[in-house]
Design a protein around this ligand. Structure first.
Ligand code: BTN
Length: 261
């Protein structure tokens, strides 16, 4: 697997810092442990299956063999409050990689789901740690449904895989290698600016929420129209009265997706 990933990588970055195991509890958990230890500066943790994969909001990420599970351990010199923006940079790089590999109309559901035909193809879980000097590390964990042939009835109308969409099996090593090729320069640019100003236009072009009615589910649930992201990676939405607000985080549902009708 490691040699195969390297074959697809056009970059020397992280080439010698890949940790691989056929089975792991969670690549994010392992990457965070390495991040705490300070032995490795940056690296890539990859597994073919996870026994305790984790999703956002404490959910499980069911991780059978055939799909792609990896985590990047990064130590960007940015303010801790800006670290979460890396998620958007990763989502964009992953979308570009998946379009290149599959030709599918892959889109981003802000902030970090990758969808195709209204169903979720990938999820990203970014976690960070701080110490007295500021940001200690960031772990960007990515799960891509690659070769899964069917999904549990309970999520069948919300989840999909590359195989379900194309009928083709794809090497996970290719997904990881191509992702890194798109991510490397974008990440360097993010570290320079600490914002996503360089990616706003491109990100909004790939945004499934763009000009769509969205439901914002935080303290007070409301409906608005999404106008795209700003340079801080916030989602701008306009309500029925024409007021524009920036949503920083929280659950956003898009009409027509994941069962929202
Ligand atoms: C989501 O809830 O959408 C995010 C899912 C992130 C899953 C990936 S799989 C690799 C990495 N390790 C984990 O335990 N989670 C992330």
């Amino acid at each position: 697997m490691v040699e195969q990933i390297k074959q697809y990588m056009e970059t020397s970055w992280l080439r010698d810092d890949i940790i691989y195991a056929e089975s792991m509890d969670s690549t994010n958990k392992q990457a965070k442990m390495i991040g705490e230890e300070n032995v490795m500066r940056e690296g890539l943790v990859v597994a073919e299956e996870q026994t305790a994969g984790r999703g956002r909001r404490g959910r499980d990420w069911v991780s059978p063999k055939g799909n792609c599970y990896f985590s990047l351990l990064l130590r960007p010199a940015v303010k801790p409050e800006h670290a979460a923006r890396i998620t958007l940079v990763a989502a964009l790089a992953l979308t570009k990689a998946l379009v290149k590999i599959t030709g599918l109309h892959v889109q981003i559901k802000w902030p970090n789901d990758i969808v195709v035909h209204g169903k979720k193809l990938c999820g990203i879980l970014t976690e960070s740690s701080m110490d007295t000097n500021g940001l200690k590390y960031v772990v960007v964990g990515v799960g891509v449904n690659v070769n899964q042939e069917m999904f549990d009835k309970s999520i069948d109308d919300m989840a999909t895989s590359i195989f379900c969409q194309t009928g083709q099996k794809v090497a996970c090593a290719q997904v990881i290698g191509e992702f890194l090729n798109f991510f490397e320069d974008a990440y360097a640019l993010f570290v320079q600016t600490e914002d996503v100003s360089a990616f706003v236009e491109c990100y909004n072009q790939m945004l499934v929420n763009y000009n769509q009615e969205v439901r914002i589910v935080d303290q007070n649930e409301r409906v608005a129209v999404a106008l795209g992201i700003n340079e801080r990676g916030e989602l701008l939405v306009r309500d029925a009265e024409g007021c524009v607000e920036a949503i920083l985080s929280g659950e956003v549902s898009v009409r027509g997706m994941y069962g929202y009708v």
